[in-house]
Write a protein that binds this ligand. Structure first.
Ligand SMILES: [Zn+2]
Length: 235
């Protein structure tokens, strides 16, 4: 089994100052064997860190679509921001990548009494509350994605994690975990333990046997991102 953090940022994101070398050493410290680098709208940092060979990297991108964020994994080309979610998914698919919806209910509590939807599998229809929370969560988009992030360490509420898990289960999507680290200390705070894989296809198969674990970061980590935006360091 290997331990993977599926959602992290480097200084190639405008709200993060973590240099690539520090990402690699933090993986070693946190016992992470493989890391998905998912910078905002770029894969440049992921490719560069992968080329160093200092840590095993899944090249990803957290893409700002016209209606919310999607993560593409196993990318070889960047996907431009601002496209519709379905066009974004098509761009990821064309290069053999996988699609995940990160923090589907954003950072705020999603009360456990609220339904995430009705029906299940292909017949799942997201509830009004879900649609209000994230415009990207349409039946059409949910039918096209592979995974939903259910543990995001920067989402401080247990109820929200539970609601994300309900969404994944009802729609039959593979649940994932990622720290969403914007500082080096956060790397590894959420992770999956999974059988080893060699490409996107075997990764997806291995994720069916993955065990997710994670802890929530203090809300103060968001100040670090704000600070990073104000005090940009060059990579
Ligand atoms: Zn992120």
């Amino acid at each position: 089994m290997i331990r993977v953090d599926l959602h992290t940022h480097t200084c190639y994101s405008r709200d993060c100052n973590t240099p690539l070398e520090l990402v690699a050493s933090s993986c070693h410290r946190a016992g992470i064997d493989c890391i998905a680098i998912t910078d905002h709208n770029t894969i440049a940092g992921a490719l560069k860190l992968q080329a160093t060979g200092r840590v095993r990297v899944i090249v990803g991108e957290e893409i700002s679509t016209a209606s919310g964020e999607l993560i593409g994994l196993f990318l070889s080309e960047p996907v431009p921001a601002g496209l519709s979610p379905l066009d974004t998914i098509e761009r990821v698919r064309k290069q053999g990548g996988l699609v995940c919806i990160p923090h589907p209910f954003s950072r705020w509590p999603f009360p456990s009494r609220k339904a995430v939807g009705t029906g299940d599998g292909e017949h799942f229809v997201p509830s009004e509350a879900v649609r209000r929370r994230n415009a990207l969560l349409t039946p059409e988009v949910l039918a096209q994605v592979d995974m939903v992030e259910v543990m995001n360490s920067r989402t401080p509420f247990a109820d929200t994690w539970a609601a994300c898990q309900r969404l994944a289960s009802m729609r039959g999507l593979i649940p994932t975990a990622g720290s969403d680290a914007h500082t080096a200390r956060e790397i590894g705070r959420a992770r999956v333990e999974m059988p080893d894989f060699s490409d996107a296809e075997s990764f997806l198969a291995a994720m069916r046997d993955a065990r997710l674990s994670g802890v929530r970061s203090s809300i103060f980590v968001h100040f670090a991102s704000m600070y990073a935006k104000l005090r940009r360091k060059t990579c």
